[in-house]
Design a protein around this ligand. Structure first.
Ligand code: GLP
Length: 252
């Protein structure tokens, strides 16, 4: 069993929209506290609503990204930035092109690089040079992966080049026209990189995430469920909707 939840704050919102708004406000508050802070962003279906709310808040003058430095969790490999399934494209399309962020301070692992190992080393060095991440947003995969750190025998360390599991490739299949186009590798911050963030904000919605959230929060801390390592982080906030919280609501 995990050793309790005193380091993890859990907010169960009514629905997806409320989850998105709550998470957006948590990030915006952090940006107000640290306008020149280092913020970690995530992709996937889950943060789309949160990013819409951040764009709305920017347009209303409630938040400014002008001095923010951004690091994304991960990227497929290999993939062209112009591919509408690349995480580079996703982030610009869903957030960065619609807020006042300085594009020279955007960092996403480069899926076009020729040497993925060198790219990972350089990405990790850039995070260190920026002083580390103040707040890292993460989603969660159905198998408990965070970023693209898949279930394994060991927790990963720094940013690394990984092979995706069949279950993740299947989950990503819906985004690509042809099966052969679904990437089988990725570049991802490692578990140590994520765990080094000062604060972590995890968002999840839908009944399909309820089982894995129960394992993450109340199961063993194991690299077979990569997100279970969050039990060891000192400052995690989890914002989920009611269906995602179905299995944990009675235990918190
Ligand atoms: C991908 C991303 C993860 C994300 C996960 C969940 O695997 N690499 O960072 O958390 O998808 O995606 P969704 O939010 O669509 O459930």
């Amino acid at each position: 069993m995990g050793f309790g939840l005193t380091n993890i704050k859990i907010i169960i919102a009514e629905d997806y929209d409320q989850m998105s708004a709550k998470a957006a406000h948590i990030m915006a508050d952090e940006i107000s506290l640290r306008p020149d802070g280092v913020f970690g962003f995530a992709t996937g279906g889950t943060p789309v609503g949160m990013y819409k709310e951040l764009i709305r808040m920017r347009q209303a003058g409630e938040v400014s990204f002008a001095k923010v430095t951004a690091f994304n969790l991960d990227e497929y490999y290999p993939i062209e930035k112009a591919n509408d399934q690349s995480y580079d494209y996703f982030m610009k399309d869903n957030l960065f092109n619609h807020v006042d962020i300085d594009h020279s301070r955007l960092n996403i692992p480069n899926g076009e690089c020729s040497d993925p190992v060198a790219e990972c080393i350089s990405y990790e060095a850039k995070i260190a040079a920026a002083g580390g991440i103040d707040l890292q947003l993460i989603g969660i995969g159905l198998n408990g992966h965070i970023g693209f750190n898949e279930p394994a025998d060991h927790f990963t360390n720094a940013t690394n080049h990984i092979e995706l599991t069949e279950s993740t490739i299947r989950a990503n299949r819906r985004f690509f026209v042809h099966e052969k186009d679904v990437p089988r590798h990725a570049l991802t911050m490692g578990i140590r990189t994520i765990m080094s963030a000062q604060k972590i904000l995890l968002i999840a919605n839908g009944e399909k995430k309820s089982g894995i959230l129960e394992q993450v929060l109340f199961g063993d801390i194991t690299p077979k469920v990569p997100a279970s390592v969050l039990q060891l982080h000192h400052n995690v906030t989890i914002v989920i909707d009611k269906p995602a919280g179905a299995k944990i609501a009675a235990r918190i």
